[in-house]
Design a protein around this ligand. Structure first.
Ligand code: PLP
Length: 396
């Protein structure tokens, strides 16, 4: 078989969406799907949100791209809004999560470099982490499936055990720059860090002059019912990578940092042709306007709690298949006793329900944050029905 024009790096399924509306996707063949995947935690406002559509159309007609050679009124406005809403003093805009991670890694290294400690170049990251697919991001994970065949990778990473504070602290040496961690691992299977783990990493950073880098690409931007997941832990990072929800479907990411942590990021140290262009900034402002509407995050927290409760009630009815529910807000996972990918395919192909599999045989449920009660009920009904008729393959 000749190679396909689309580089065949994804095992794409048979769903071929051509249109979306709210929490639903419509296929080329007219099939309708309840979208509990939301582009893998991206479409925070659902599909076709009028405010987002309007902002894109208006900005595209006004000014789409200029380059970072010129002043950026919209970029300044959006960065200020993010600074006002977070721990950060400064923001670098990117086009993706992996680029935000690369910027975070560079910012951390430069910090120690300008402090006169260039040997402090190593970030401690964690097993089953996923930080993206650039060479920097795959170097930051120990998952062989991301790394194999791409060596030599970037030096300067050590891998600890997720949620094991003592093991993480034992990895600190003279070369340590800091830690980089997802407060809630997404791809790893909705693994929620404990309070003691994240607070312990923060404390170790404070005591030893290290940097805490958080990857909130998947768990940030309202997904947990807080603007950022670290708010659930009562800590703040020094540097944070954000993407996915920040653009609601438009390719946008950001690396946020404190003034201290970003002190090495001076003229000429970093850049991006498209990063923060006027179209992206108009999108970012429109999404943030909606997320900052009074009651929006409370809505995420309350529907998330209701969905989690309903899933927990469903689990014992299908205990041949389901083991338990985990997660926060609308970043939820149902742990299976058999292969999650096969069940995700079954729910998709036979029940019109889109979910995503994650590590540890977890079915990820990551709906648009604007999801309502009716769709929550439909999701649980479809999952339950899918589980009732599902027969795991014998060799699973
Ligand atoms: N970090 C986390 C936690 C992610 O979940 C992802 C993507 O799934 C990334 C980084 C990479 O983001 P992107 O695919 O936009 O490069």
């Amino acid at each position: 078989m000749p190679i396909t024009p689309l580089m065949p790096v994804y095992p794409r399924c048979g769903v071929r969406p051509v249109r979306g509306e709210g929490c639903y996707l419509y296929g080329e063949d007219g099939a309708r799907y309840l979208d509990m995947a939301a582009g893998i935690a991206v479409n925070a406002l659902g599909h076709g949100h009028p405010k987002l559509v309007e902002a894109i159309a208006a900005q595209a007609a006004t000014l789409m791209h200029t380059s970072n050679l010129y002043g950026s009124p919209l970029g300044e406005q959006f960065a200020q809004r993010l600074v006002d809403a977070t721990f950060a003093d400064t923001v670098f805009f990117t086009n993706s999560g992996a680029e935000a991670i690369d910027c975070a890694i560079k910012t951390a290294r430069r910090y120690h470099f300008v402090n006169g400690n260039p040997e402090r170049h190593t970030l401690i990251t964690f097993d089953t982490a996923f930080h993206g697919r650039t060479l920097g991001a795959i170097s930051a994970t120990d998952q062989a499936k991301m790394r194999d065949g791409f060596e030599p990778l970037l030096p300067g990473f050590k891998y600890g055990k997720f949620d094991d504070l003592d093991a993480a602290l034992a990895l600190i040496d003279d070369n340590t720059a800091g830690f980089m961690v997802e407060p809630i691992q997404g791809e790893g299977g909705i693994r929620v860090a404990s309070q003691a783990f994240l607070q312990g990493l923060r404390k170790a950073c404070d005591e030893r002059g290290l940097l805490l880098v958080l990857d909130e690409v998947q768990c940030g931007y309202g997904r947990t019912g807080k603007m950022f997941a670290h708010e659930l832990y009562g800590i703040t990072p020094d540097i944070m990578a954000v993407a996915k929800g920040i653009g609601g479907g438009f390719p946008l990411g950001a690396c946020l940092a404190t003034e201290e942590a970003a002190k090495g990021m001076v003229f000429g140290t970093h850049g991006s042709t498209y990063g923060g262009n006027p179209l992206a900034m108009a999108v970012g402002l429109a999404v943030l306007d909606v997320i900052q509407e009074p009651g929006f995050l409370d809505h995420v927290a309350s529907v998330g709690a209701r969905l989690k409760g309903a899933l927990e009630q469903m689990v014992p009815n299908h205990d041949h298949l389901f083991e338990g529910v985990r997660g926060e807000g609308l970043m939820l996972g149902v742990k299976l006793k058999s292969d999650a990918r096969a069940f995700v395919a079954h729910a998709r192909d036979h029940h019109g329900l889109l979910t995503v599999s994650g590590g540890e045989n977890v079915v990820r449920i990551l709906p648009p944050l604007v999801i309502g009660e009716a769709e929550i009920a439909e999701c649980v009904e479809k999952l339950s029905e899918a589980a009732r008729v599902y027969v795991p393959m014998a060799d699973e």
